[in-house]
Design a protein around this ligand. Sequence first.
Ligand SMILES: [Zn+2]
Length: 128
Amino acid sequence: MNYRTIRRYDDYISAHIALGQLTEEQISCWLKDENTVTVDPAITYAVGGIKLMVAETQADRALQILRISENNLKGLAPCPACGSMNFDKISSSVGFRDSIRRFFTGKQKLPQYQCVDCGEKFVGPATD
Ligand SMILES: [Zn+2]
């Protein structure tokens, strides 16, 4: 079976939470470079962090599970059109132009999200 990296983690705990969530959903997955990073955190960046490896055929489903749980954790509201938690941030609020705007107006541009299930685009709270 072929595996591919779907997420990278800087720390052992986040990597294991994600692994546990996917395992519960019967996704075939494992962590690459986990031991290297745990034994010597200083080389985490050298090896590119702990990689969450998922069976190629289950990668889309795995990403969906992680996206939903990450959106829930951030306290984001569901898609206004269909109520799904399966959406991606498609624009960030941290561009150079936005920093300038914020400096002069005190207003922050909210990031835009797109629903994976129905394609609806909507603005949501800044989460970073
Ligand atoms: Zn939707």
